[in-house]
Design a protein around this ligand. Structure first.
Ligand code: P6P
Length: 329
């Protein structure tokens, strides 16, 4: 049995000069997500379901569990001296922690409870996170510069999916590893070492209700998948919770798409704390992640909550997507 702490310590050795601060940082995430899952698992039993009432920066009504989850992550991560900046889907501005500390060199960007609109109907939700190193020469009085970096600069990223079991999936640039929370001992135990995305899958995943609002090439691509031209009789799976939809794509292959729509012309998913983490995992697992034209992790962010289209999945479907889209230009 290998716990995530043991695994991180092993990974830690790959970070030159790291003094255990990286593993302590990640332990802040594992602790917070255990606190979150305890609330998610009992949501129906305690007064945590339903709306908190406030409107968050996304203009979405904050679910109570969103607020509790955000507070858990801010509390646990603020106790890590190596962190200087936190940025959350729930907070308009980045948060400074350990202001002035010479130890602080990392920023953590997260969505505390992605898919939270599904909570009341007991559908899987998730926490996403992205860890960045402070750019050289940037002081803490410029927190945006700590987080406005392309996804290629992530030193680690991952998610926790609160589903039929609670699974943490992360990469620190050396493969993708999954850990299942064992409630009997309260530890994340290695259950999926060196996860690789199948070369091809049998599912495509998109909200087809918005199809009329997609740029035409996306609908044409979905028709192409359904035509059998890739040799697979695809089935459609869409949960409406990105972490759950991506987790299936990582394990089973296929493609997940959130294209531009009439309502969200830049796409709905957020670059820093939804698209970038899954893009790192997808590439580390042998898949591809695009914004429809270019590599997600090449996008230079200009604002913390900026959105992006996302097309992510197996090499066969994604290579075909790239060729097909380019043939349309
Ligand atoms: P739609 C959840 O609100 C979320 O941000 C992602 O987790 C999910 O993939 C997407 O929105 C679902 O959006 O428009 O299909 O309901």
């Amino acid at each position: 049995m290998i716990t995530v702490q043991q695994h991180i310590m092993r990974e830690q050795k790959r970070f030159p000069g790291a003094s255990g601060e990286f593993s302590f940082l990640l332990s802040g995430i594992t602790l917070a997500t255990k606190m979150i899952q305890a609330q998610v698992r009992r949501a129906g039993l305690t007064d945590v379901l339903g709306e908190h009432g406030d409107i968050n920066v996304q203009g979405e009504i904050q679910q109570k569990l969103d607020v509790i989850s955000n507070e858990a992550l801010v509390h646990c991560l603020s106790a890590r001296e190596s962190i200087g900046v936190l940025a959350s889907e729930e907070n308009e501005e980045p948060m400074l922690v350990h202001k002035g500390s010479d130890e602080a060199k990392y920023a953590v960007v997260f969505d505390p409870l992605d898919g939270s609109s599904n909570i009341d109907v007991n559908v899987s939700v998730g926490t996403t996170f992205s860890i960045l190193r402070k750019p050289d020469g940037v002081a803490m009085d410029n927190p945006e510069k700590w987080v406005l970096q392309p996804g290629s600069k992530q030193i680690a990223a991952g998610y926790v999916v609160y589903g039929s079991s609670t699974i943490l999936v992360y990469s620190a640039g050396h493969g993708v590893h999954g850990f299942t929370l064992d409630p009997a001992i309260g530890a994340y135990v290695l259950s999926h070492e060196n996860m690789t995305m199948p070369e091809q899958g049998k599912y495509y995943s998109v909200n087809e209700a918005y199809r009329d609002g997609f740029p035409a090439r996306y609908g044409e691509y979905i028709d192409r998948l359904r035509s059998g031209v890739l040799g697979v009789n695809y089935s459609s799976r869409y949960i409406g919770s990105m972490v759950a939809d991506f987790h299936r794509t990582l394990l089973k292959g296929g493609v997940f798409l959130y294209p531009p729509t009439n309502e969200n012309s830049e796409g709905k998913l957020r670059l820093l704390y939804e698209a970038n983490p899954v893009a790192l995992l997808a590439e580390q697992a042998g898949g591809i992640a695009l914004d429809g034209e270019r590599r997600v992790m090449d996008i230079e962010p200009t604002s913390i909550h900026q959105r992006t289209p996302l097309v992510v999945g197996s090499r066969v479907e994604m290579s075909d997507f790239e060729r097909f889209i380019q043939s349309k230009e």
